[in-house]
Each structure stands twice: as structure tokens, then as C-alpha cells.
Design a protein. Structure first.
Length: 456
């Protein structure tokens, strides 16, 4: 009996020891897993938009930081320069729990690097973005990640010296401004009444540039005129100047719109503008107003970007023929004796024989050769340095976009396409997208005195 009791007791003790070991091992596994979990070693991820290589007085830094495990504890942005560290961002997040996600998963931020506010000097520097998480790794210090963005600060604007500018400029007239810049910059030209005229290098003159300028036909005064040069860091140097506006004598003209003209033209316009509705007169007014505005805006955009090199030379040729209408004529349109519309004619109409040859007024590159609303079949030539010529109402076009044409090379033939009642050429000149009076560009003396003499 004693032996049986002793054996049973031994088995109970052995079973109890095994259970204890299992429990102990389970606890160890749980503790190990917990330690592994809270000591995760995944570093926060930092992403920042690239900074420009040169930074001016102010620029924005956009960045985001993420930690999907224990969460973000500390995010810092500093600028290191010349042995100094300037703190820009120092964000500390409170612990929200002792296990699991203790801080936010993400942080998105935009900070402004302001050289004056932060006491930064011109020259090289480093922008350092660092982030620390809530992991217990490294005896509770957590995981740390860091990115370094090398930059250079430049707050000195380029020096701009105006050399020459027109004393007078006509409404619908043009001119040239020449200037010198102290350094090479990616952006320079002339701002005239809030319209930018890009500059170009003048061949044979070191560090001297020119910008063709134009004044719209309806500009009453000069509100602002200055040469501007902006460097890669965004610093802008300016040189203001003044001009006297010469008023243009307004010529008025009256145009009768018969039903026969509507019968002739509305089918043509309907082909290109099928959404037109209403009577033939209402469709005509739609074209003469809305389509005209769209066409002029399209040509302004097209001719706002010119080749920097000067392709043209000497006066621009005028097509032989009788002048039927001139630049900036103020037209009143009548239908059955009633006033129905008013528009301004921005070119010269020249009539010769039917389907007369149309030739390039000067050397340049064809940038448009297609149908365009009120202008009909149209060719636009870029002559470089901001100068463009436009030929419209043509019956046929014999050039293609990209063709280089010499002075007097054939472009096509006159016609009646677009808003034309009889066979003629509508000829316009544009300076950086602004339509100007071709008379100036047909005049060799004016061209030499006001433009070409400054380019030699």
C-alpha cells in the first residue's frame, strides 16, 4: 500500500513539473514575441520633393514621413551651414500607448525655407530631415532615419542695365529694348503693361540682349515698363523705363452684310463650327464675335513663343495690289440698314488679281498652315526674335509647318476663305503675339532707325 501511494505521488509531481515547464515556456515565448514586437527594427520612411539646386530668399519644402509599426515619435528638419544648425521643424508626438502603435503613422508637411527669417547666408548648405519612432529598440531610443538634401542659397539678384529703349511708341506700334545682364539667366525680357516680351541674345555683343516690344492698338497709356531678369534661384533684377504713347487716328468704316453674303459664308463656317444655331444672321454674329475672339487668342498664344535667332533681314515685302482696308480700322456692320456689330480690323487687306501669288514677306519658319475661322486658309511665319507675319483668306496653301522660307518664296494664292467677301490677302504682323501695324515693317527707313540699328 505504501509503495502504491509513493508511485502515485511521484507521478503527480512529475505531471505538475511538466505543466509548469509548459507554462514557463509559453510565458517565455509570449515575452519573446512581445519583446520582438516592441523592439521592431523598421526605420521610418522619409520622402521629400526635390529642392532646386539654387534657392533664393524663400522656397517651400514638401515632405512626408511614415512609420506603420510603432508610429512617429520625433520629426526634425534642420539646415546645416558653416558649422551651424538652424532648426526649422521640431515636432515631438506624445506616446499614446505602451504597446503597438504609440504615435501617428504619417506626417505630411510643407515648410518654408526663408533665408532672412532663418538667418541663412548665401552659399552651400544641407537640409537634414530626420525621424524617430516609438520602438523599444536600442534600449528605448527607437529607430532613426535621416535624409540629407544638398542645396545652395543665392539671394543676390542679377544686375540689369537698360541700354536703349524707344522714347515714343505708337498705339499698335513696335520697338526694341536693349539691355545688359551681369550673369547668364534662364528668364529675361521686358514687361510692358503686364505683358511679357521675351529677350534674345544680340549676336556679336557679349552679354547684351534685346527684346522686341509691342503696344496693342487700344492701349491708352504705359502703366508699367521694365526690363526683368530672373536667375535660377528666382531672384529678379529690374530696370524700369518710360515711353510716350503716340495716339493713332481712328479710321471708321461701314460694311453692309447682304443676305447673299450670309448664303455664301454660313455653309463654310458650319463645316468647321457645327454647333452653331439660330438664323443665318445669328450664326454670322457668332462667328464675327466669338470665333473672332477665339482665333485672335489662338494666334496670340501661337506667336507668343518665337525662335531666338534673327532669321529676317531688311524690310518686309508688301504684296503688290490695292489697299482695301488698313490696320485698326473701326468697322460698323449693317444688316438691312440696321447696326448689328462693331469690330476692329487688325491687318491690311490687299487686292490684286484673282488667285494672286502670296509670297513670304521675309525669311522665316512656317509655324501654321491651315484653316482658322474668320481668317480662312492661313499661313503664319516665325521670323525669329519675336516677329511673325500672317497671311489669310488664301484659296490654297503651298507650304507645310516646319518649312524654312526665304523672302519672296511662294506660300499659296489669294482667295475668299474665311470672313472675306472678295478675293484678297489679309496681311498681319505680330510681335510676341500682339498684332501691330504692318506699315512700320514695310518701311525700310523706320525699320533701320528703330530696330535694325540696335542689332548691329
Amino acid at each position: 500500500m505504501g509503495l502504491l501511494s509513493a508511485g502515485k505521488s511521484s507521478r503527480i509531481k512529475s505531471s505538475g513539473s511538466a505543466i509548469f515547464v509548459v507554462i514557463l515556456l509559453t510565458i517565455c515565448v509570449i515575452v519573446a514575441a512581445l519583446l520582438f514586437y516592441v523592439n521592431e527594427r523598421e526605420e521610418p520612411v522619409i520622402n521629400a520633393e526635390p529642392l532646386p539646386p539654387l534657392i533664393g530668399t524663400r522656397t517651400d519644402l514638401n515632405f512626408e514621413v511614415a512609420d506603420l509599426k510603432s508610429g512617429l515619435r520625433h520629426v526634425q528638419v534642420v539646415v546645416r551651414q558653416g558649422g551651424k544648425s538652424i532648426e526649422i521643424v521640431d515636432k515631438i508626438f506624445p506616446r499614446r500607448s505602451w504597446i503597438g502603435q504609440a504615435g501617428p503613422r504619417q506626417m505630411h508637411s510643407t515648410v518654408t525655407l526663408d533665408t532672412e527669417a532663418h538667418g541663412l547666408a548665401d552659399g552651400p548648405a544641407e537640409v537634414v530631415i530626420s525621424a524617430r519612432d516609438f520602438s523599444y529598440w536600442r534600449f528605448g531610443a527607437g529607430n532613426v532615419s535621416r535624409i540629407v538634401l544638398p542645396v545652395a542659397f543665392d539671394t543676390e539678384p542679377p544686375k540689369v542695365t537698360r541700354l536703349d529703349s524707344p522714347r515714343y511708341i505708337r498705339q499698335g506700334g513696335a520697338g526694341i529694348v536693349t539691355y545688359r545682364i551681369s550673369e547668364r539667366v534662364p528668364y529675361h525680357g521686358v514687361n510692358l503693361n503686364d505683358y511679357f516680351h521675351p529677350g534674345f541674345p544680340i549676336i556679336g555683343k557679349d552679354d547684351v540682349y534685346g527684346a522686341m516690344i509691342a503696344l496693342p492698338f487700344d492701349a491708352e497709356k504705359i502703366t508699367d515698363a521694365h526690363v526683368v531678369a530672373r536667375d535660377a534661384a528666382g531672384n529678379a533684377g529690374k530696370a524700369p523705363f518710360g515711353m510716350i504713347v503716340k495716339k493713332r487716328a481712328i479710321k471708321h468704316d461701314t460694311i453692309n452684310i447682304p443676305d447673299s453674303f450670309l448664303d455664301l459664308k454660313i455653309p463654310e463656317f458650319s463645316q468647321y463650327y457645327p454647333d452653331m444655331t439660330g438664323s443665318k444672321l445669328e450664326q454670322y454674329l457668332y462667328v464675327n464675335n466669338k470665333v473672332r475672339q477665339e482665333n485672335n487668342a489662338q494666334f496670340r498664344e501661337l506667336c507668343g513663343h518665337s525662335l531666338p535667332e534673327k532669321l529676317w533681314s531688311g524690310r518686309f515685302n508688301r504684296m503688290p495690289g490695292a489697299g482695301k482696308a488698313s490696320f485698326a480700322d473701326h468697322r460698323t456692320y449693317l444688316y438691312r440698314g440696321e447696326k448689328i456689330d462693331k469690330q476692329v480690323h487688325l491687318g491690311h487687306d490687299i487686292a490684286s488679281v484673282r488667285h494672286a501669288p502670296v509670297k513670304a514677306a521675309n525669311r522665316g519658319k512656317v509655324i501654321f498652315a491651315d484653316y482658322r475661322g474668320i481668317y480662312g486658309n492661313t499661313v503664319v511665319v516665325d521670323h525669329g526674335t519675336g516677329i511673325f507675319s500672317l497671311y489669310s483668306h488664301m484659296s490654297q496653301i503651298s507650304v507645310e509647318i516646319g518649312d524654312i522660307v526665304e523672302k519672296n518664296d511662294p506660300l499659296g494664292a489669294t482667295g475668299t476663305t474665311g470672313m472675306a467677301g472678295g478675293d484678297h490677302l489679309h496681311f498681319s504682323m505680330l510681335v510676341n503675339g500682339i498684332m501691330v501695324d504692318p506699315l512700320e515693317w514695310w518701311d525700310a527707313s523706320w525699320l533701320d532707325l528703330h530696330i535694325e540699328s540696335y542689332l548691329k
